[in-house]
Design a protein around this ligand. Sequence first.
Ligand SMILES: Nc1ncnc2c1ncn2[C@@H]1O[C@H](COP(=O)(O)OP(=O)(O)OP(=O)(O)O)[C@@H](O)[C@H]1O
Ligand SMILES: Nc1ncnc2c1ncn2[C@@H]1O[C@H](COP(=O)(O)OP(=O)(O)OP(=O)(O)O)[C@@H](O)[C@H]1O
Ligand SMILES: [Mg+2]
Ligand SMILES: [Mg+2]
Lengths: 227, 227
Amino acid sequence: MIRINEARKTYHTGTVEVKALRGVSVHIRPNEFVAVMGPSGSGKSTLMNLLGLLDRFSSGTYVLDNVGVSELSDNELAGMRNQKIGFVFQTFNLLPKMTALKNVELPLLYAGVKPVERKSRAMTALQQVGLEDRMCHHPNELSGGQNQRVAIARALVNDPAIILADEPTGALDSRTGVEIMHIFQELHRKGVTIVLVTHEQEIAAHASRILYFRDGLLVGDEIVENP
Amino acid sequence: MIRINEARKTYHTGTVEVKALRGVSVHIRPNEFVAVMGPSGSGKSTLMNLLGLLDRFSSGTYVLDNVGVSELSDNELAGMRNQKIGFVFQTFNLLPKMTALKNVELPLLYAGVKPVERKSRAMTALQQVGLEDRMCHHPNELSGGQNQRVAIARALVNDPAIILADEPTGALDSRTGVEIMHIFQELHRKGVTIVLVTHEQEIAAHASRILYFRDGLLVGDEIVENP
Ligand SMILES: Nc1ncnc2c1ncn2[C@@H]1O[C@H](COP(=O)(O)OP(=O)(O)OP(=O)(O)O)[C@@H](O)[C@H]1O
Ligand SMILES: Nc1ncnc2c1ncn2[C@@H]1O[C@H](COP(=O)(O)OP(=O)(O)OP(=O)(O)O)[C@@H](O)[C@H]1O
Ligand SMILES: [Mg+2]
Ligand SMILES: [Mg+2]
């Protein structure tokens, strides 16, 4: 389902080159639940942005559901992303001028869903993360953990086949974090493929496989016993 | 040093009232190292913003170093904040159009420090958090954990007497998180007063006292054995 080969990503900042990914190859099968761990700056978010079709590799190939991603136009990438992928950003990336409800409706708006159905599905997603009484708040009127949960609701609302979550419990207390992991486990049981970046062992323990990054390279790949 | 009494904070969003703090009283002595824990939305960041003079209470009193804060003008608050308090925001709040170095220089600029000394002190703070080779990067060219460390460096650079850190290790892997806690412990040994919000027990264990919040109220206050 997700097959990347010799993926490299180099950023150019002024005269400096940062090799964020230095030749990463990995195969993620349908309905796998994979955790990604590694030190700060090791390339995890860069990998997630590339998997999520938000950016392009400098070199290497990416086949997603038998489609060679590098041959797609930007519009085709955006369409595929909207249909198949739910993305939880490490820094939430909510639109500040919209309410929580409108932020969660966005993927449905893009998919052409009608207003009444959009609102009802967005409200259901917000209920799932415990925020129905905050749906009219703007991001600056919400706590850090509430904003993170709005970002999670937005990633789920379009029933994607793949969820890419970049540190989805980073701003949550343990109990709320466990509730979110139960949502992910439930989606996993229903067939969703999940790739989740985390720096917490107890969160990674919910996955069935853990990928370890260091300095832009994959340095470990292990099966989790009894996830 | 920090004495708040019956502090209340109510937000008004449209027609809805959110009672974020519902009567909080606490006394923090000089050179204490206090952790603050509690569920998402329980009022921790609200308390930190009020302690950090970034916002005003709806009612209640706040005495900081024998000064009654409610009698100060906005300019006097800003001056006191710049002199005494280093603040690490939960969502970093870095200026996107400035480099990491310029972001860290900001408190020194406000304090009237000359350019050469400003640059040298900002570079030292960035070295302390392991980011000297990223000082010319902008926030959008940095990883989540790197941005968090820039926010930490900015809080330390003016040698404040009080550090208020809202989830300062939330985006950091365990090892980098431990390095940051060592920085805080070193500052604590030198006499700094530290109040730190966290949802991780291993981080709270570095403090000497833990305050527990729930629904806008202080529900627990315990001494940590052998911090
Ligand atoms: N500007 C605002 N306007 C309206 N409501 C607000 C505003 N800021 C915060 N709130 C509400 O006040 C409550 C407390 O928020 P606060 O940010 O203090 O929580 P917190 O304990 O820091 O949570 P977290 O652990 O998720 O960061 C939340 O329910 C939030 O929705
Ligand atoms: N747009 C960019 N321009 C230049 N360098 C970048 C850019 N984005 C990321 N980097 C650099 O690439 C490296 C990898 O960043 P990435 O965000 O993938 O790390 P990460 O593993 O997600 O870290 P964290 O755990 O701190 O979030 C970092 O050293 C970062 O400074
Ligand atoms: Mg990251
Ligand atoms: Mg908060």
